[in-house]
Design a protein around this ligand. Structure first.
Ligand code: NAD
Length: 413
């Protein structure tokens, strides 16, 4: 079913399906929630078709048919541009705002268009300030590490601020030159004339709401620690601020349920241990002592780099899910791109968008569905009937299509 553009639902659909609500900081999820989806560009339709079958089968099996998702297509990317002349129609944003939770496949970033990146636009317009990326190992997947199973982290990356906020001026532009003059004359800054400039805004508000989300997640899921990753030894006020504000919110809002690492030990019983690490040391730590880390909270750039590096340790981006979550709004997405050369071939791995769906169900409190999907995927990997990207790396594996892989997952749900 397509809505958003027309906004008209058939009567029988209206009678059965309900919206997800958000009240007093909690999701209120009906048995038959309406969830908008963007199938995505390139291989997006292939992986979405497969993922949707896995979601529907898992929900039906776990709930004995009591629960059912009502998927509502909304347009973004190339499909939206072809049909409406707009890469990200207002109706799409309105539909996500109304229904609060959505899931999307990868989108082409239009080169040279008026909109920088559809993904960035979605995050900023809906204030989806936490990019959440769980990274864990699936038994049997080829990894460059000797003990990949030791890495099991959930990375909370700040999604709005930092050098990603888009306040950037081209070398030689009047804006860059005026800023250089201002900073030199007013503050004695030493900047080479003709430089390009980027601004790195980081606030107490933005940092604390991200760290608070990470701590809440750690408490909810029984995880042992939250590590703040920052480069505060060099960038004292921005990255150093992130560290300071992170510890501050842990102390002020979660003081009875968290404890700083320096004080942890016998007294930490059941409390979440708050740690911090300098970014470069953290990259080394994740390789050398991965099992000492659990939940990670990081500013935008650190979190971006760390997420992909961690995913590589457990076998790559093909199985790495992601969610962008704000207060009462969330969009879950495959973390890889559109892989356009395989579009329409029923060939690529749907694992990333399938696990993003599992994250979505977990966020909504349908933990049983999330667990069933993960079990299905684990079973499919064990059976060694895999899409080309994994099959070519695994001995004695059989290459299967996207849709056959989805069937195999469903068999193991
Ligand atoms: P890509 O992720 O599409 O491809 C990188 C490599 O990974 C390719 O070899 C591709 O074939 C392979 N690959 C990607 N997904 C796969 C899957 N599910 N199964 C198996 N193999 C897979 O990255 P790219 O080539 O840099 O970008 C292509 C387009 O995607 C660009 O327009 C880019 O802007 C966009 N993109 C979108 C997102 C997003 O929507 N979140 C993220 C990254 C890139």
């Amino acid at each position: 079913m397509t809505a958003g553009q027309s906004g008209v639902f058939p009567r029988e659909f209206r009678q059965m399906a309900e919206r997800i609500r958000y009240e007093n900081g909690r999701w209120m999820v009906p048995d038959r929630p309406i969830i908008p989806f963007i199938e995505g560009d390139g291989t997006g339709p292939d992986i979405w078709r497969a993922a949707r079958r896995v979601f529907d089968a898992s929900v039906a099996r776990v709930s004995g048919g009591k629960r059912q998702i009502h998927w509502l297509e909304i347009l973004a990317g190339e499909k939206a541009f072809k049909q409406t002349g707009n890469w990200l129609p207002d109706a799409t944003l309105d539909t996500i705002r109304t229904h609060r939770v959505a899931i999307k496949g990868p989108l082409t970033t239009p080169v040279g268009g008026g909109i920088r990146s559809l993904n960035v636009a979605l995050r900023q317009l809906l204030d989806l300030y936490a990019c959440i990326r769980p990274v864990r190992y699936f038994e049997g997947v080829p990894s460059p590490m000797r003990e990949p199973q030791k890495l099991n982290v959930v990375i909370f990356r700040e999604n709005i601020e930092d050098v990603y906020s888009g306040i950037e001026y081209k070398a030689g532009s009047p804006e860059a030159d005026a800023l250089i003059t201002f900073l030199t004359e007013r503050f004695g800054a030493n900047i080479r004339p003709g430089s390009a400039l980027g601004i790195k805004p980081m606030s107490r508000f933005g940092s604390q709401r991200l760290v608070a989300k990470a701590i809440e997640y750690a408490l909810r899921s029984g995880r042992r620690s939250v590590t703040l990753v920052h480069k505060g030894n060099i960038m004292k006020f921005t990255e150093g601020g992130f560290r300071e504000w992170g510890y501050e919110i842990a102390r002020e809002r979660f003081g009875d349920r968290t404890i700083p690492e320096a004080e942890a030990g016998k007294r930490d019983a059941g409390r979440v241990v708050m740690k911090d690490r300098i970014t470069d040391a953290m990259f080394a730590q994740l390789v050398l002592r991965p099992d000492e880390y659990s939940v990670i909270a990081a500013p935008n750039l650190n979190g971006d780099l760390l997420s992909d590096a961690a995913a590589a340790q457990v076998g790559g981006l093909g199985l790495a899910p992601g969610g962008n979550v704000g207060d009462g709004f969330a969009v879950f997405e495959a973390t890889h791109g559109t892989a356009p050369k395989y579009a329409g071939q029923d060939k690529v791995n749907p694992g990333s968008v399938i696990l993003s769906g599992a994250m979505m169900f977990e966020e909504l409190g349908w933990n049983d569905v999330a667990a069933a999907i993960v079990r299905g995927l684990e079973g499919a990997i064990r059976s060694r009937r895999l899409t080309y990207d994994l099959a070519r790396l695994m001995p004695a594996a059989t290459e299967v299509s996207t849709s056959a892989f989805a069937e195999c997952i469903i068999e193991h749900v």
